[in-house]
Design a protein around this ligand. Structure first.
Ligand code: ZN
Length: 68
């Protein structure tokens, strides 16, 4: 496992600088990406996925509200 991840977990930190994300926009100046200690997922990717999901849900709920 990534040493930086172990170090972050030991400190009780939520995130660490880990492997570069497949999305170049998610890489910092050090060529690494911010990742969650718990699941190893890229923080930026997770944020984008959550945003996309809430946007989709908003549309679904709006569509349902119109039907009533
Ligand atoms: Zn990412």
């Amino acid at each position: 496992m990534d040493q930086a991840r172990i170090a972050a977990a030991t400190k009780g930190a939520k995130t660490y600088r880990g492997n570069a994300c497949k999305n170049p926009d998610h890489r910092g100046g050090d060529g690494k990406s911010e990742r969650y200690v718990t699941n190893g997922c890229c923080v930026s990717c997770s944020r984008e996925k959550a945003l996309a999901y809430s946007r989709r849900m908003r549309n679904v709920l709006r569509a349902l509200a119109v039907e009533d």
